[in-house]
Design a binder for this molecule. Structure first.
Ligand SMILES: NC(=O)c1ccc[n+]([C@@H]2O[C@H](COP(=O)([O-])OP(=O)(O)OC[C@H]3O[C@@H](n4cnc5c(N)ncnc54)[C@H](O)[C@@H]3O)[C@@H](O)[C@H]2O)c1
Length: 358
């Protein structure tokens, strides 16, 4: 884990801007970088859910916290002008597939229009040395392939969320080719990760938070597609990829530009019902399962081929399926018992840093 810790130490000397810092992944990333003393500016909307991990960690008082809508270019640019960031992580998005069906326009406005505003701000801010542009594994056109998707596979999406992430990737590629590649003092990369789980995700309509709420409140768990299989990874896995990538962009930009997949090993592909069984077993009690029909198209299994990141960045997943759900269930169980959230989160980060491989 030496590489990761040295990457974090190097980032601690930079001014870092994170969009989407009030969300699930953003709050973990912010807490992780703060552990190393980073000066962080955040740009996001206020958390929509309560409790929110961001509030539970008390992050608003520990960083330069800006409630700005990324669809507002002038406001976003004003934050860039004030902060003069050196490293940018772009995570802000409308991140829910089912919500994207309900409001496709908002999803495209935020994920495409907002992301283009971000690219504009980066283009117009000479202080920026590295950009990690986060999209999703869903940016790949899901052809129900049995092999893992590689970075050069075709982009596309059936549902509005996936299509918006594919569009964001196209915009990123255009900015990279037309503007960023001409700058010798700057490098950018896009990062594509899949489904992540972990403590502090309180979103509606996601299987793990739904399951944890049911276990904590002893109410039935509602499942739509129990036999659907997914690759599962802990939130710290892609975040370690983003951090490693940011460091490489700063130190060896020629080998870091482009797009990168960060997904779990094949042994982490399991059904929704396996996940629920694992969570119940880890929690120590069971609750009834209620099955419901799904009314929207949900894509079949999509796996990432992460050989590029493994070989060129020396990044690889640390926690296997069992460890991922042991840590995740423990986080929610301790939280339900009233433990201090920062302590639970930071202890998990430390355990992750100390793990060589499960
Ligand atoms: N969670 C996952 O399983 C997963 C999987 C693949 C990719 N991703 C991607 O990772 C990123 C973070 O995901 P997450 O799970 O933390 O999502 P989240 O929904 O928990 O957080 C989204 C963040 O974006 C911000 N945001 C939304 N609309 C905004 C707007 N108009 N202006 C400014 N900020 C806005 C929110 O305030 C929040 O901080 C997203 O780009 C998402 O698409 C997530």
């Amino acid at each position: 884990m030496e590489d990761l810790v040295s990457a974090l130490s190097a980032l601690s000397k930079k001014r870092v801007l994170i969009t989407g810092h009030t969300g699930f992944k953003g709050s973990w990333l912010t807490e992780w970088l703060l552990k190393y003393g980073c000066e962080i500016t955040g740009v996001a909307l206020a958390p929509e859910i309560s409790p929110a991990h961001f509030d539970q960690l008390g992050l608003a008082k520990r960083i330069h916290h800006n409630l700005v809508d990324i669809r507002e270019l002038d406001q976003l640019k004003a934050v860039f002008d004030k902060c003069q960031p050196q490293v940018v992580f772009h995570l802000a998005a409308q991140a829910l597939v089912r919500k994207s069906y309900k409001d496709p326009k908002e999803t495209f406005d935020v994920n495409v229009g907002g992301s283009i505003n971000l690219l504009e701000c980066v283009r117009m801010t000479p202080s920026v040395e590295a950009l990690v542009f986060i999209t999703s594994d869903k940016c790949y056109l899901n052809k129900e392939l049995t092999r893992g998707y590689t970075e050069s596979d075709e982009l596309g999406g059936i549902d509005p969320y996936s299509a918006s992430k594919a569009c964001a990737e196209l915009a990123f590629a255009t900015y990279s080719e037309s503007y960023f590649s001409k700058r010798s003092d700057f490098a950018a990369a896009s990062a594509r990760a899949g489904n992540v789980v972990g403590g502090g995700d309180w979103a509606e309509d996601r299987i793990v938070p739904d399951c944890m709420r049911s276990l904590s409140n002893q109410t039935p768990i509602s499942l739509r597609r129990p036999d659907a299989t997914r690759p599962w990874q802990h939130v710290l896995e892609p975040l370690s990829g983003y951090i490693t990538l940011a460091h490489r962009l700063l130190t060896d930009p020629a080998t870091a530009s482009g797009s990168w997949n960060f997904g779990p090993n094949e042994s982490s592909v399991h059904s929704v019902k396996d996940v629920v069984a694992m969570c119940m077993s880890n929690w120590g009690h069971e609750v009834p399962i209620e099955l419901h029909e799904s009314s929207v198209h949900e894509a079949g299994l999509l796996q990432l081929n992460c050989e590029k990141a493994k070989q060129k960045l020396r990044w690889h997943p640390r926690w296997n399926f069992e460890r991922t759900f042991k840590e995740t269930t423990e986080w929610y169980k301790l939280a339900s018992e009233g433990a201090h959230i920062s302590t639970i989160t930071l202890n998990q980060i430390t355990r992750y840093e100390e793990t060589r491989n499960d």
